[in-house]
Design a protein around this ligand. Sequence first.
Ligand SMILES: Nc1ncnc2c1ncn2[C@@H]1O[C@H](COP(=O)(O)OP(=O)(O)O)[C@@H](O)[C@H]1O
Ligand SMILES: Cc1ncsc1CCOP(=O)(O)O
Ligand SMILES: [Mg+2]
Length: 267
Amino acid sequence: MQVELLAKLRSVNPVVMNISNFVTVQDVANGINAIGASPIMSEEIKEAAEMVQMSAAVVLNLGAFTDEALGHIRQTGLLANQLHKPLIVDPVAVGAVAYRKQTVADLFNVFHPDIIRGNAGEIAALADVAWQSKGVDAGEGHADPVAIVKKAAQKYQTIIVMTGETDYISDGKQVVTVENNTPLFQLHVGSGDMLSSIIGAFAGVTSDYFEAAQTAAVVFAVAGEQVADQLPTELPGTFAIKLLDQLHLVTPETVAAKGRIKQLEMD
Ligand SMILES: Nc1ncnc2c1ncn2[C@@H]1O[C@H](COP(=O)(O)OP(=O)(O)O)[C@@H](O)[C@H]1O
Ligand SMILES: Cc1ncsc1CCOP(=O)(O)O
Ligand SMILES: [Mg+2]
């Protein structure tokens, strides 16, 4: 983890382009803004080249795509590769909907994601590991998370962020974990979408995407912990609002002090 990336992000204020979904688009835009980056959302393929050119990172969220949106997603992913912009993909519910699994497989034959962020159900599906996904949520499974995250990273030659109570982050060889002590994240639809785009914000200020992924995951976990520490009981609505506050307020010093990150495996 490179906690100094947080200060760099806030000083650079990178533009992060998103093709998002109608469910969480405002959460995602506000999360990017709160951490210190500059969000822009797009639904028009005709502006894709200009948008990608002006952005520091591109995030594709597959939460509620239509056939028309698919053309835009495909073109934007291809342009991100061609213009050497970090490309982050959030394969929402890819483990629960066969059509989405096929669609994601087709997309990954067109462009290469630099980072994929999903829950265990989604990453297990990408790794072809048995798991019982549940809609957009992780669901249940018994497979070893380290094996899942490494297999997915090796299969797609990319960095995988598999989130949950413990986040597992791998480049196919190394595995890092981030402990997240805030179950309230599960009560906020959009937590994962927000993190995927905040990963994009960090990837927009460094060429080390493995570091960007780890640092984003720790910063997000610590921001959530800062909120939970102040809540008297489980208040998902209050958590969601205060999460934006803490994404804005969390300092590199607090992240360094409270972040629980561990290197599990080296090369
Ligand atoms: N059981 C949990 N306890 C604490 N944090 C969690 C838990 N599940 C998920 N998180 C956190 O919530 C955020 C979103 O992850 P996740 O819920 O896995 O994504 P999604 O919303 O796409 O399903 C991540 O920061 C993750 O660490
Ligand atoms: C509920 C839902 N349905 C399609 S996209 C979406 C949002 C999923 O957000 P997250 O994966 O961050 O929970
Ligand atoms: Mg999700």
